[in-house]
Design a binder for this molecule. Structure first.
Ligand SMILES: N[C@@H](CCC(=O)N[C@@H](CS)C(=O)NCC(=O)O)C(=O)O
Length: 98
């Protein structure tokens, strides 16, 4: 199984294109979330990532940064393993106390 990858983008964004090109080259399936017109989601992204730019990329729910950081992970030889890791399983539903 491979990682769950989410890429938050806007519609004119050369860095987004660059990041997606690398993911495509690596054969990764990912979700693209367009936040061009979604101020609430952009605010949430800035809070969660501490960054105000797009793209913002999450691998298995963990923020790995933008395009530059993604390419740095690739240069460091760390990206393939991150992309191969399965997402953490959801916890078993707990029985409710009666
Ligand atoms: N170092 C960042 C740069 C990203 C960047 O500058 N993105 C532009 C769009 S391509 C951006 O978000 N500019 C600010 C804005 O649109 O509010 C990266 O590699 O992801």
């Amino acid at each position: 199984m491979s990682a769950s990858v989410e890429v938050y983008v806007t519609n004119y964004c050369p860095y987004c294109v660059r990041a997606k090109r690398l993911l495509d080259k690596k054969g990764v399936t990912y979700s693209t979330i367009d936040v061009t017109d979604d101020l609430d989601k952009r605010k949430w992204l800035a809070q969660v990532t501490g960054q105000h730019t797009v793209p913002q990329i999450f691998i298995n729910g963990v923020s790995v940064g933008g395009s530059d950081e993604l390419h740095q992970l690739e240069r460091d030889g760390a990206l393939t393993a991150l992309l191969a890791a399965s997402p953490a399983p959801h916890p078993e539903p707990r029985p409710t106390a009666r």
